[in-house]
Design a protein around this ligand. Structure first.
Ligand SMILES: NC(=O)C1=CN([C@@H]2O[C@H](COP(=O)(O)OP(=O)(O)OC[C@H]3O[C@@H](n4cnc5c(N)ncnc54)[C@H](O)[C@@H]3O)[C@@H](O)[C@H]2O)C=CC1
Ligand SMILES: O=P(O)(O)OC[C@H]1O[C@](O)(CO)[C@@H](O)[C@@H]1O
Length: 385
């Protein structure tokens, strides 16, 4: 069995690749970073080092890497004969890998079992997004290819911080992980990934994950950055920040309870577990990594506006979520192009125009005016608006 995984970065090597290896797949990484591809091909094995309580090391073998920018044909051939394709490239990069998967499907023997495609990105239904991009890329050829592929959405959860420069191929990760995968698209033949768990309906899992782990993590990062802290563990050690994060997650939990009927006691225990994960002092994770790409994180269906909009529509409290959006607006990292754009937009646009453009909310939406208030506050702080 063979898996082609696009994106040999942190989560690619430290989580998805590891679990595919443990499932017995021969692993082909595809990436565009030449030094990374060379480094992977220079070793026969790499180690995933867990840090924190109950940590262990796991050795991954049986892999190779292809530079898809230089050798797209090689990647396409691998896809044509693979059993599984996964991605961990970032939601905005999916459009660049879609044509390679389409070309692989076109070369695929039509009598082979369907290729099983799963996008492992932090976004709601990222695999559906990838499928739509593939359809767009294939044009009229799409109809003939659909019998050769199945698509399943997934929710991936493991904190894999940025790895030190020149640190080689090994990866440092937290011990916790969870990979939930939609079961129905596979019919009788789901992929063999022992560490994953297959679910009938992914919606509650992905929303519980994104609106708890990712909302909480990003809230910690933005309040931490605003307070001049560098790491997530240090930010959460601050009682005032911890209280703000807790309040934000109580709001998202209230929404998850109302929307999916999730049990409040289970949600409370889930929150406690993830806050414990964020507090892992052995994990060298920075507010800058976790806060990265603030415009993506401020968009309509993402971890702040997504749950806050639905909570506001149901008349639930959103004050803590709106305060977290206020902290996001202060995220000013000169090395993050989206943070630079965010600060420029705040200087150039009036509060209502910025709110509409950045959040995708309609002016009449019950959340809109509340967001405008924190946008105005940030603009006053920087003398803009
Ligand atoms: N790091 C984490 O803790 C987690 C990350 N995720 C998600 O996983 C995805 C990747 O995140 P990370 O691994 O942290 O990022 P990363 O930056 O470490 O890895 C992304 C990799 O994709 C490669 N890439 C870029 N364009 C490509 C292309 N056209 N074809 C093939 N490869 C390409 C990059 O060179 C890089 O090696 C994101 O969607 C993120 O939200 C999800 C859960 C946890
Ligand atoms: O690209 P994003 O959405 O910031 O993804 C990274 C996030 O996902 C997580 O791994 C949570 O699963 C966190 O480490 C981090 O906040």
């Amino acid at each position: 069995m063979k898996a082609v995984h696009f994106g040999a970065g942190n989560i690619g090597r430290g989580f998805v690749g590891l679990l595919l290896h443990e499932g017995g797949y021969e692993l082909v990484f595809s990436d565009v970073a030449a030094p990374l591809v060379d480094a992977i091909n220079a070793v026969d094995s790499y180690t995933v080092h867990e840090v924190g309580d109950a940590a262990r090391d796991t050795v991954v073998t049986g892999f190779r890497a292809i530079n898809s920018a230089e050798h797209p044909d090689e990647v396409i051939e691998e896809v044509a004969s693979a059993n599984v394709v996964t991605t961990a490239v970032g939601p905005t990069i999916l459009r660049f890998v879609a044509p390679h998967i389409v070309a692989g499907l076109a070369l695929r023997d039509p009598s082979s079992p369907p290729l099983q495609v799963m996008a492992c990105e932090n976004a709601i239904n990222a695999t559906d997004v990838l499928r739509d991009l593939m359809k767009e890329s294939a044009g009229d050829a799409w109809e003939a290819l659909t019998a050769r592929v199945v698509f399943a959405n997934t929710a991936v959860d493991r904190i894999v911080p940025a790895q030190p420069e020149g640190g080689g191929v090994d990866v440092t990760v937290e011990p916790f992980y969870e990979w939930a995968i939609e079961r129905p698209p596979f019919g009788d033949e789901p992929p063999v990934i022992p560490g994953a768990h297959f679910v009938e309906d992914l919606a509650p899992y992905i929303e519980r994950k994104l609106f708890t782990v990712n909302t909480g993590h990003a809230t910690t990062a933005y309040f931490g950055a605003q307070a001049g802290m560098d790491t997530i563990a240090a930010a959460l050690a601050d009682e005032a920040i911890a209280a703000r994060v807790a309040a934000t997650l109580e709001e998202t939990s209230a929404l998850l309870e109302a929307k999916h009927g999730l049990d409040p006691a289970d949600l409370a225990s889930y929150r406690a577990t993830i806050l414990g994960r964020f507090r892992n002092v052995a994990l060298p994770d920075t507010v800058w990594r976790v806060g990265r790409q603030p415009l993506r994180k401020l968009s309509r269906h993402e971890r702040f506006v997504g749950p806050a909009a639905e909570a506001a529509e149901r008349g639930l409290s959103v004050d803590a979520l709106v305060a977290a959006i206020g902290a996001l607006l202060a995220f000013d990292d000169g090395e993050d192009p989206q943070a630079v754009d965010l600060q420029r937009m705040l200087r150039e646009q009036d509060a209502a125009s910025f709110t509409a453009a950045a959040t995708g909310l309609e002016p009449q939406h019950p959340l809109f005016a509340k967001v405008v208030t924190v946008v105005e506050a940030r603009q006053a702080e920087i003398g803009a608006g």
